[in-house]
Design a protein around this ligand. Structure first.
Ligand SMILES: Nc1ncnc2c1ncn2[C@@H]1O[C@H](COP(=O)(O)OP(=O)(O)OP(=O)(O)O)[C@@H](O)[C@H]1O
Length: 299
């Protein structure tokens, strides 16, 4: 039946199928969609299959950690999401866009293990860099940088240089820089891996607060089970190479489940230990275990 006979209206020029496909992302859209992704590296000694059939959806505002034995492809998956490499098969989208388009549109901020600050720029100038590159006016830049440094507790360090800061402070500068353009997604690959345990726990608490405050989705690679449990809404457990998703464990942390409510006390709660155990068992394929998997810390 034609539209004329059913009485329904014909599509207006702005509503053709082609246009509908290019509309701005809907608010309910997922932050990341990974569908059937494989990654094979060609090396001089042959092929290395790093990822095999990865399917993963990260919702807008969700905090998802990737954990698994050394070499299982966590960083590779992160690099594919960030468009730093291409998948051998499958598709990745970020807020409904190809990962390439999402990179061009600055849809995400990145913080990796090394803070990666420019040593000749002050703390403020490091944080301002992405804003400068995108032509934000200098008055707006100054106020945004001041706000970001307050957020990460470095308001008094704007004029220092990176080598005058501790490792934890440098990481906070890197996080402020990653947040500069108010991304809806943060990609973090072991950002606290090089920090001492006390600083690391402080940074985790900061990150929980910041992610709750900004509503950004986070994809976070870690080797530490307690870190994954403390931070995440869901923990994705990967198998040894070729990396597959072995299990996705939702974090059920009782009354303290809301990210904004996660404080130091949570680390002493029964539900926290239960979740650590659940992730450890998932790493070992569902069986109770006495020790951690290779490359995974249980502390
Ligand atoms: N550019 C590359 N060329 C060849 N092989 C690579 C390349 N990058 C990664 N690999 C291989 O792919 C596999 C997955 O590596 P990846 O770095 O993603 O693992 P990971 O889980 O992040 O490891 P780790 O926990 O030790 O950081 C490894 O076997 C690695 O040697």
């Amino acid at each position: 039946m034609s539209d004329a006979t059913t009485g329904s209206r014909a599509p207006r020029p702005a509503e053709t199928a082609q246009d509908a496909g290019s509309r701005a992302p809907r608010p309910a859209e997922s932050a990341v969609e990974v569908r059937g992704v494989d990654k094979v590296f060609e090396t001089r000694t042959g092929q290395v299959q790093a990822l095999d059939g990865i399917d993963l959806t990260v919702a807008a505002g969700e905090f998802v950690s990737l954990i698994g034995p050394s070499g299982c492809g966590k960083s590779t998956l992160m690099r594919l999401i960030a468009d730093l490499d291409d998948p051998t098969a499958g598709t990745l989208t970020v807020f409904g866009k190809s990962s390439r388009q999402a990179r061009l549109d600055q849809e995400y901020g990145i913080a990796f293990q090394q803070a990666g600050l420019l040593p000749w720029r002050t703390v403020a100038a490091n944080v301002a860099l992405p804003l400068e590159l995108h032509g934000v006016a200098s008055a707006d830049r100054r106020s945004r940088v001041a706000q970001l440094l307050e957020m990460v507790g470095l308001g008094d360090f704007a004029d220092r240089y990176p080598d005058q800061l501790s490792g934890g402070m440098q990481q906070r500068v890197a996080i402020a820089r990653a947040l500069a353009e108010q991304p809806r997604l943060l990609l973090m690959d072991e950002p606290f891996g090089a920090l001492d345990e006390m600083t690391r726990e402080k940074m985790q608490t900061e990150l929980v607060r910041i992610s709750a405050e900004t509503g950004a989705a986070v994809v976070f690679v870690t080797h530490s089970i307690p870190e994954a449990v403390f931070l995440s809404d869901r923990v994705v457990v990967m198998s040894p190479r070729p990396g597959r998703i072995q299990q996705i464990v939702p974090m059920r942390l009782g009354a303290d489940a809301a990210r904004a409510a996660r404080t130091e006390e949570l680390r002493e709660e029964r539900t926290f230990f239960d979740m650590v155990t659940a992730v450890r068992e998932a790493l070992h394929g569902g069986s109770p275990v006495a020790s951690g998997a290779r490359g995974v810390e249980t502390r």
